[in-house]
Design a protein around this ligand. Structure first.
Ligand SMILES: NC(=O)c1ccc[n+]([C@@H]2O[C@H](COP(=O)([O-])OP(=O)(O)OC[C@H]3O[C@@H](n4cnc5c(N)ncnc54)[C@H](O)[C@@H]3O)[C@@H](O)[C@H]2O)c1
Ligand SMILES: [Zn+2]
Length: 366
């Protein structure tokens, strides 16, 4: 099992990565509990698939577990779900020594982390991510939250888990489409921070998608190292953490304009968003044509979508730009974008020109 320690002055927790470790998950988690009880909040899909193995494992460790299964979707990633989940947990009579386990993908993890951060002003929580996206990104770093009618992830908190446990075996039941969506966030690290990793992905990316365990462990480990380093340096996103948003200002606008329908899931929107950011970086002269095509070709080779779907092509450029203004990085209506300087290095571009964005969207829509 590989271990990363996310550590700075305020934060300190391990990220464990291995395969076939659920049978011991009870014992692994027990070390981080303050009493022998956990609330395991999971989405309905993983509940049906993995309840038994988790239940047996916690039983073996002599830890009582209370399962709460909920339905997750971007539409239900909202404050109403947080309120009802909180009530379900509180109804069992919680105290500050209780621990909540988030067992599921990124939507579930974001909802549960946020809920944990507000019950009794903060209960301990553990992340056991079950999608590739949540294993390489959302379970690490403590960003929790839900959507609001005005936009994506607009309500939330920075609230770090006590432990993250990643088992690649769980990816065997994950649909290919979800694997691809998670892969978009993996490429992100290669582009913003780790050119060598990008090179590795060009050779081994397909193995990650196709189920090679060693390739998966390597890619997840390397992604979590990159993410941890960024979070250690800038937990609350005062600076460098914003680089993780590469493609997301576009991606979130796409998700929101699509009304969070399931025909475009988060990783797919991010994949389109990263290629738009790469295009803009090329048009602006920050990267050369060769680098731009290297990025775009890798998305294509892996089978990720890189252009706007038909229904969104009908949306006006003006609407896209006004949607992007709702981004959390916007200050005084001025849009901040993450652009690429070279492979392995991105930068924060503040006050990006609205008229340039309008021009870009006019080109890629209609
Ligand atoms: N907090 C952060 O730092 C951060 C970072 C990136 C993304 N996110 C958020 O993550 C969310 C996307 O997460 P996601 O892509 O994991 O989506 P998700 O949580 O919707 O999971 C995808 C689907 O896979 C199913 N599933 C989960 N694990 C499975 C398994 N092992 N086998 C079979 N099916 C399984 C789920 O039921 C769901 O239908 C977005 O809301 C995004 O905003 C947060
Ligand atoms: Zn993302």
């Amino acid at each position: 099992m590989k271990k990363i320690r996310l550590k700075n002055k305020q934060i300190d927790y391990p990220i464990l990565i291995g395969s076939n470790i659920y049978k011991d998950i009870g014992l692994i988690c027990k070390k981080y509990l303050e009493k022998n009880r956990v609330f395991i909040v999971c989405d309905n899909v993983v509940y049906d698939l993995y309840k038994k193995v988790l239940q047996n494992s916690f039983k073996k460790a002599n830890v009582e577990c209370i399962f709460i299964a909920i339905t997750v979707s971007e539409k239900k990633k909202n404050i109403i779900t947080v309120a009802s989940l909180s009530s379900k947990i509180i109804s069992h009579g919680v105290d500050r020594k209780d621990t909540i386990v988030a067992f599921g993908g990124g939507i579930l993890g974001d909802i549960v982390g946020f809920t944990a951060s507000i019950i009794l002003r903060g209960l301990n929580y553990i992340q056991i991510p079950t999608t590739l996206l949540s294993q390489v990104d959302s379970s690490v770093g403590g960003k929790t939250g839900v959507n609001n009618i005005y936009g994506k992830n607009l309500l939330g908190s920075f609230y770090q888990p006590r432990l993250v446990v990643i088992d690649t075996n769980v990816l065997k039941t994950l649909p290919r489409r979800e694997l691809l969506a998670g892969y978009a966030e993996i490429i992100k690290y290669g582009i913003i921070k780790d050119a060598k990793f990008f090179d590795w992905l060009q050779i081994n990316g397909k193995k990650v998608i196709d189920g090679n365990t060693n390739a998966r462990i390597y890619a997840i480990h390397r992604s979590c190292i990159n993410k941890s380093q960024i979070v250690e340096a800038d937990e609350k996103e005062h600076g460098a953490r914003a680089l993780l948003n590469l493609g997301h200002t576009f991606g979130h606008a796409i998700e929101s304009l699509n009304n969070y329908k399931k025909d475009i899931i988060h990783g797919e929107a991010v994949s389109i968003g990263i290629t738009i950011a790469a295009k803009l970086s090329y048009v602006e002269g920050y990267i050369d044509k060769k680098t731009y095509y290297k990025i775009e070709n890798h998305f294509n080779d892996i089978g990720l979508q890189i252009s706007l779907p038909k229904n969104l092509k009908k949306i006006t450029a003006k609407k896209f730009v006004s949607e992007m203004i709702k981004d959390k990085k916007t200050v005084n209506k001025e849009i901040t974008l993450i652009l690429i300087e070279k492979l392995g290095k991105a930068f924060i571009h503040k006050k990006y020109s609205h008229s340039k964005l309008l021009k870009l969207f006019k080109e890629i829509t209609s």
